[in-house]
Design a protein around this ligand. Sequence first.
Ligand code: MF3
Ligand code: CO
Length: 258
Amino acid sequence: MITIKNKLSIQKMHHAGQELAEVLNGIKEIIVPGVSTLELDAWIDKELKKRSLISQSKGYKGYKHVSCISVNDEVVHGVPNAEKVINEGDLVKVDICAAWKGYCADAARCYVVGKPAMEVQKLIEVAQSALNKGIEKAVPGNRLSDISASIQEEIEKHGFGVVRDFAGHGIGKSMHEAPEILNYGKAGHGPFLRPGMTFAIEPMITMGGYQVYVTEDGWTVKTKDKSLSAHVEDTIVITEQGPQILTRKNLQNGAEVL
Ligand code: MF3
Ligand code: CO
């Protein structure tokens, strides 16, 4: 069942989302060559606490950290590690899910230390545009797979791979709620979208094939062909007027103002 959130629940998710967006923006300043992913996680932990946000990953199925940090050919669920040091040019994905007063927001961004190679820049841009195209379809009266199809089309149009083994999800009191939001599929299927539904949409894309595997740590997901991967995620609410992005700053009518 897809729950419909009331105004108060959405306000709490919005607050969580805005705070989370600030934390993710702050990472730009502290991600420098030589920093370890464990140090980044410790900084995020401090920021979440400062903002009364409760991490949803720490304690989840035994996971010990407040973020997932995935580097280069790691796709998602990278485990923060003191030994894992960021180098110039690395493609780093940071994913955080946190709750405020019992309501969650989930978001991920890509970072590159120094100047990204042209093809890395392109990969990130396409992940972002695929997310935006998916979000645009999150309007009342559309169907769930309209989001999925739109994401897949954008990614494959640019020749990149769509990871299939992981997906977006409903979100609210829990980090993961129904429905599962695939990043591929044919338009016109699945439940009809209604105001008050809240989704975490998260395309995971690769420069090569879409096959991935989970490493020996039991968490980290990597591309089989060692190709680079990008992942971005936002939490949105469907309103009568269209999608509103809860995890981006400077919102106006659901669109980001630069
Ligand atoms: N934020 C991730 C998601 O989108 C969840 C990672 S939590 C972990 O589903 F515990 F699995 F690390
Ligand atoms: Co998510």
